[in-house]
Design a protein around this ligand. Structure first.
Ligand code: AMP
Length: 175
């Protein structure tokens, strides 16, 4: 493995049984606290999309905001938050998706993206893919083109990539 990816991987801490029994929670806070590694992660995101003509970045609440906003500054493009229901104040589009038990939903401002804009979708982690697929649909409802989806972490064994296989998807670290 490339050395920078190895170091980033080592800065991600696994917390067993959080927030509930059976979940191996990937805690990125040690990575964020390390200025050098945080910058390396942002550089990787930027490199991975450099030829795609990205015009705007959409980040998924809440850890997608951290990477998405830092990356938007580096790339010189705007940032659009995709949020949990009831948080965005203006007119929204809403997309529901299935969880292991029950459903959850995400929202986006209806005017957040211009027709035909090339959007990069960012989140910290790809698990089952339900969250990312709902976010991609929201971008498309606004008239945007999901030019790429990037994650810091992908949990390969959950095969979430299958749900979003019609998009350009890459992740920095695989577990
Ligand atoms: P999914 O919709 O199953 O792909 O879940 C992805 C979302 O849930 C992301 O926004 C992650 O931040 C969060 N998530 C899911 N599983 C984990 C995990 N094991 N550790 C940390 N975050 C997780």
């Amino acid at each position: 493995m490339e050395e920078r990816i190895q170091k980033i991987s080592e800065a991600i801490r696994t917390i067993p049984d959080f927030p509930k029994k059976g979940i191996q929670f990937k805690d990125i806070t040690p990575l964020l606290a390390n200025a050098e590694l945080f910058a390396e992660a942002i550089n990787w995101f930027a490199d991975s999309v450099k030829d795609l003509g990205i015009e705007v970045i959409a980040g998924i609440e809440s850890r997608g905001f951290i990477f998405g906003a830092a990356l938007a500054l580096k790339m010189g493009v705007g940032f659009v938050p995709i949020r949990k229901p009831g948080k965005l104040p203006y007119k929204t589009f809403k997309e529901e998706y299935a969880l292991e038990y029950g459903t959850d939903a995400l929202e986006i401002h209806q005017d957040a993206i211009k027709n035909g804009q090339k959007v990069l979708l960012i989140d910290d982690l790809l698990a089952t893919g339900g969250t990312a697929l709902a976010a991609a649909k929201l971008i498309e409802k606004c008239g945007g083109e999901v030019a790429a989806i990037r994650f810091l972490i992908e949990l390969d064994f959950l095969n979430g990539i299958q749900k979003i296989k019609n998009y350009s998807v890459e992740s920095l670290v695989h577990f």
